[in-house]
Design a protein around this ligand. Structure first.
Ligand code: HEM
Length: 411
């Protein structure tokens, strides 16, 4: 499963401008340090680029194209073979995951089933739990004077929060946290693979338990298990794929954003001090982190109806990758996009959270967790730096975070 941070590219790609632009494969480990430069080059010179990697796909890098495709569910389907969400869960190519891979009007019905669990008031109801959990994690961490951000902080919070939101009994939270740790900070490739298999088994049990419940609306997973959409209930395979993507969407994104954010604050003491002095800047800090280093680099779509994009003919069945990480840095909308700036005008354009009907449903939950983590970290550990002799490494794939991030601070 390619959720784990330890995956490596197994294919090569090339670009249809020949030697002029080097190959692009989002899973190429060498892209970790050059992703944004590569995307900027494509944005300028070849915004609809073809790659032969992963059996061939078109890569869209301009914000206008990425958002237009995301908003056109009649021409482009969210159900994609072997790329994006489908690639997270190999062997499930013939299964359409409710919500994530459904298209309107079925998608609209799934969204209605789930929306009540992600409203402002529903999310705020989880705030005391998130605060308590974050206190526990940071309380244990602060006296140590050093940590690995990914395994000692980031991976321990969103995994458990998504479990709480999904109605996983609290006595199973520890098991879930261990699985999250194996996925986000594996000690070996084997460890990462075992964690992915472990999460599938965990979710299979959660789904089975929910089948017997009478309270249909206790949590989002139970609601999906019991929902009747298009005159039928979802099959076991559909539920498992949905749950796997839901848990992944719920925690990997937020774990990666905590890591991205902590790296930024460690390397930029002036910004850190500004946020300590003006706590109201936390909101901007989170939005700019998601713009600058969005945890979801790209997701996929399939062409349903023949169409043309910037002069390129797209045929039925062609697969596209929507590069959200590139849309966030599009020079047409963002001045000096590589710069991290807390004073940017937002103008409602925040493609790091998606666009169109599949736009992120967990934005409020993610923002709440991120705000609590930033506030509590800065209160307990106001000064920290990247440990000397260590070099933080970015991860590659459809998700982007940090593989390991060792920090030190005075105690
Ligand atoms: C910093 C954190 C997060 C970021 C940047 C983020 C980003 C995104 C993006 C870009 C999409 C659109 C994908 C596409 O159109 O192909 C998306 C969809 C989604 N996200 Fe998030 N996400 C985050 C956290 C969360 C959390 C915590 C949840 C909680 C469960 C969540 C739930 C979802 C769901 C359910 C969808 C699919 C909605 C649909 O298909 O209608 N996300 N997210």
């Amino acid at each position: 499963m390619s959720l784990s941070h330890d995956n490596h590219a197994d294919s090569t790609s090339w670009h249809d401008l020949g030697d002029e632009i080097a190959p692009f494969d989002h899973q190429d480990p060498q892209l970790a340090d050059t992703l944004h430069e590569r995307l900027a080059d494509l944005r300028e010179r070849c915004p609809v680029a073809h790659s032969t990697a992963h059996d061939g796909f078109w890569l869209l890098t301009r914000q206008d194209d990425v958002t237009a495709v995301a908003k056109d569910g009649a021409t482009f389907s969210a159900s994609v073979r072997g790329l994006g969400a489908a690639a997270l869960f190999p062997g499930s190519e013939n299964t359409v995951a409710p919500l994530f891979e459904s298209d309107p009007p079925v998608h609209t019905r799934w969204r209605k089933v789930l929306q009540p669990f992600f409203t402002l008031s529903a999310v705020q109801a989880h705030e005391p739990f998130i605060r308590q959990l974050t206190d526990q994690v940071i309380g244990a961490l602060a006296p140590r004077g050093q940590c690995d951000v990914v395994s000692d902080l980031a991976a321990l919070i969103p995994t458990v929060v998504i479990g709480e939101v999904m109605g996983v009994p609290r006595q199973r939270h520890h098991e879930l946290a261990q699985l999250g740790l194996g996925l986000m900070a594996p000690t070996s490739e084997q460890h990462g693979r075992e964690a992915a298999t472990g999460l599938v088994d965990f979710l299979r049990r959660e789904i089975a338990e929910r089948r017997g419940r009478v309270a249909y609306d206790s949590d989002p997973l139970t609601a999906v298990v019991h929902a009747v959409v298009d005159d039928r209930r979802a099959t076991d395979d559909e539920l498992l794929k949905h749950a796997f993507i839901m848990f992944s969407a719920g925690f990997t994104t937020t774990v990666d954003t905590i890591s991205n954010l902590m790296l930024l604050l460690a390397q930029d003491p002036a910004t850190r001090q500004r946020v300590i002095d003006q706590p109201e800047l936390v909101t901007e800090l989170i939005e700019e982190t998601v713009r600058h280093e969005p945890p979801i680099v790209a997701t996929a779509r399939t062409v349903l109806v023949p169409t043309t994009l910037r002069g390129v003919d797209l045929d039925v069945g062609d697969r596209l990758m929507l590069a959200w990480a590139s849309a966030c840095r599009d020079e047409q909308y963002v001045t000096e996009p590589a710069q991290f700036r807390l004073d940017r005008p937002r103008q409602g354009r925040d493609p790091g959270w998606g666009a169109g009907v599949h736009r992120c449903m967990g934005t409020r939950l993610a923002r709440l967790q991120l705000r609590i983590v930033v506030e509590k970290v800065l209160a307990a550990i106001p000064e920290f730096a990247v440990a000397p002799d260590t070099t933080p490494q970015r991860t590659t794939g459809v998700l982007r975070g940090v593989r390991h991030l060792r920090l030190i601070w005075p105690v």
